[in-house]
Design a protein around this ligand. Sequence first.
Ligand code: HSE
Length: 423
Amino acid sequence: MSVKHVGVALLGLGVVGGGTYEILRDKREMILKNDDVDVEIKAVLDRNEARIAELGIDKSIVARDIDEIVNNPDIQIVAEFFGGVEPARNFLLKALYAGKSIVTANKEMFSKCWQELEQAAEAGGGGLYFEASCVGGVPVIRALTDSMQANRITSLKGIVNGTTNYILTRMSDEGVDYASCLKEAQRLGYAEANPSADVDGFDSAYKNSILSSLAYRRRVPVDKIIREGISDISVKDIAYGKELGYTIKLLAISGQRDGRIEARVHPAFLPNSHPLAFVKGSFNALFLSGDSVDDVMFYGRGAGALPTGSAIVSDIVFCARNEEHRRYPFENIKDVDENAFLNDFSTMYYVRFDVKTGDGTLSKIAGVLSKNKISIKSVLQKADDELVLITHEVRESVMRKALCEAEQLDGVDKVAALIRVEE
Ligand code: HSE
């Protein structure tokens, strides 16, 4: 192979931008030796002078603005680390129309703007590379695009957010409260600038949109994904779930049934024996089922400077070696068919009721559930004023209707917690 020389610009030097800078600085020789690609950082764009000094970046490569990068013929690849939609979208569209390829970790911008980025890439002849957008350093995008050709993928289930997995793991294993865990996740550089993106499930929904679109070869827009976050999850329910043999996780789930797609993000209990239940801390995993390969699981660090930087650098090298860039024609469908998505689904449920007294109330609740054809799998009663049930599988709409009826019963105060259970 002949050596490919490639000039790169880094937009933003935050956690991942900085990690990428360090990898490219320290491993340039190794990458050249192993891959015959010589990656030179030609420009960086960041107004934070202290950060530039901290990383030891030569001032001569600090660009004044995006136009300086877009107009530099020695730059072929623009890697973006700003996060959020703007100005990332605007800068990357400029770069693509100027014929450059882009590499991004920005799941929000990519999931919302994939279509117009694709059009700009086609117009300019460059490529879109987004391995780092989902599951950090784990090569799930490449697995979906380059290793699943023999499969009709039937379902996908993943822990795709490092911050929430870190929080839930510490709440579960150490009983640490939610707020302290979140603070620590921010300190460790896992959380988004606005951590609501993590804890309210937006980040997982962006990633679910990208992964599901690739898995089912059709666009799964973010607004078609049912989304709930983890802020209502209590240490108490985690402990009760544990007693019943379950581990709590924030899951990104999707499936394809009869030509329709169901996609959701929410906290769920998994049996302790499920492979995803063993994924702890900032680690992520993606569990795919295909009709040829059967089940396959990808595991690794889902967030952090070097793991995400690893995926960015892999995209830069991959892009540099590609004679032709991949296109995703299914993404260019402008209007998605509203009927292509299911907004009701079936699962099992963990329900905690606040009750006036356990005596007799359980049989009344069981009566209401039974009337709605919902059967109970297990019961836990730890105190006189609460009852915990696990149900068998039922449609969400039916479950919610039954719970409204149960809340009207004498002896029932309220449904204090409702958590889905995935088996
Ligand atoms: N905030 C994200 C997470 C960063 O915690 O997973 C990686 O996408």
